[in-house]
Design a protein around this ligand. Structure first.
Ligand code: PMV
Length: 339
């Protein structure tokens, strides 16, 4: 019997962000977070276990950026969790491919660990619930738990391993918003989100951020359910700036250099953020958000997509050597088997 499965997982974009952990080992976050699965940013992973394999192996297909240091070890550690659940010790061959660049502010570890979890569990014929799959994916990379259910999801932080997983708050077809992701640079960020989480509590503004989150979570959850685009967009944009305020005020020592904080954005990112505010005052209702990287995600209603893409190309062409990549995402299904 062949112990092999292939899964496809979407990356997800958080409207209320996960930044900071209560328990680093178990990846239990300081706060709930809310996101949507992205249709055009996906990871496809095959996992095969075989008693004949002598060691675990990982092949990243078609990637121009080298994986983060320690990435293979994180994958193999995650395979151990899956093996332990199934009670087997066979080594595995993992092959994975992304439809988007890694390390630029589109959560590739989210789609990566969600796909690995679903493919690995299916390969070993483990029958576990969606909540358990989500909790298991979380142990690989926190945000991966939100890529398991379909559509708009909320990760319930909780205090214990078993209770910290994501649930669906609305299906993908609930709301026809579009997320235009603009990759302004493919250079991978210097400070990983794992380091960012660990540094968050060093920011003097972190307690203020945490105090504001219950109200923001409620506002964004209700705005999604009520399809109130204005309230949703305003809160989402404020939330992105809140995360970056923490990142920019969490000092870090790396090798011989000291940084007063991490600037994940680049001049092009800031130009886009200012453009969004400008377009909005001219009547185009769009909002931005950014994760831990320079890519800018601009959210609009589908009726405004053509105008938005035209406006983005207009400012892209102001500098002739500028070449941005655009991904036009709609809310998508979660992680699923493809064979
Ligand atoms: O799951 P991680 O460790 O890659 O952290 C993700 C952090 C952010 O993307 C910045 C925010 C989020 O909630 O996705």
């Amino acid at each position: 019997m062949k112990l092999k499965a292939i899964a496809e997982a979407p990356s997800n974009l958080a409207f209320v962000k996960y930044w900071g952990k209560k328990d680093a080992e178990l990846r239990i976050p300081t706060n709930n977070s809310i996101s949507v699965n992205l249709s055009e940013a996906r990871t496809i992973t095959s996992v095969e276990f075989d008693p004949e394999f002598e060691e675990d192996s990982l092949a990243v297909v078609g990637s121009k950026t080298p994986p983060e240091i320690g990435f293979s070890d994180r994958i193999f550690k995650h395979l151990n969790r899956i093996r332990m659940l199934a009670g087997v010790s066979y080594k595995a061959k993992v092959q994975t491919r992304n439809t988007f660049p890694a390390g630029v502010g589109i959560a590739s570890s989210a789609s990566g660990f969600a796909a690995l979890t679903v493919a690995g569990c299916a390969a070993l014929k483990l029958e576990i619930s969606e909540k358990e799959l989500s909790g298991l994916a979380r142990l690989g990379s926190g945000s991966a738990c939100r890529s398991i259910p379909d559509g708009f999801t909320e990760w319930i932080a909780e205090d214990r391993d078993k209770n910290s997983y994501a649930i669906q708050i609305a299906p993908p077809t609930h709301w026809d918003i579009v997320i235009v992701t603009i990759v302004v640079s493919k250079q991978a960020k210097k400070i990983s989100s794992t380091s960012g989480h660990a540094l968050a509590a060093a920011s003097p503004y972190f307690p203020a951020r945490l105090a504001s989150l219950p109200e923001r979570l409620e506002a964004i959850r209700s705005a999604i359910l009520d399809k109130d685009f204005q309230s949703f967009g305003r809160q989402t944009e404020l939330e992105a700036i809140s995360l970056h305020t923490i990142a920019m005020t969490s000092p870090i020592q790396m090798e011989n250099s000291w940084y007063s904080g991490s600037y994940y954005w680049l001049p092009d990112s800031l130009e886009l953020m200012l453009a969004v505010q400008n377009w909005r005052s001219n009547g185009l209702e769009v909002y931005f958000t950014l994760d831990a990287g320079p890519s800018v995600h601009i959210i609009c209603l589908s009726k405004d997509l053509i105008q938005l893409v035209g406006s983005i190309h207009e400012i892209e062409s102001v500098k002739p050597d500028r070449k941005w990549d655009l991904f036009i995402n709609t809310p998508s299904m979660g992680t699923h088997l493809v064979e």
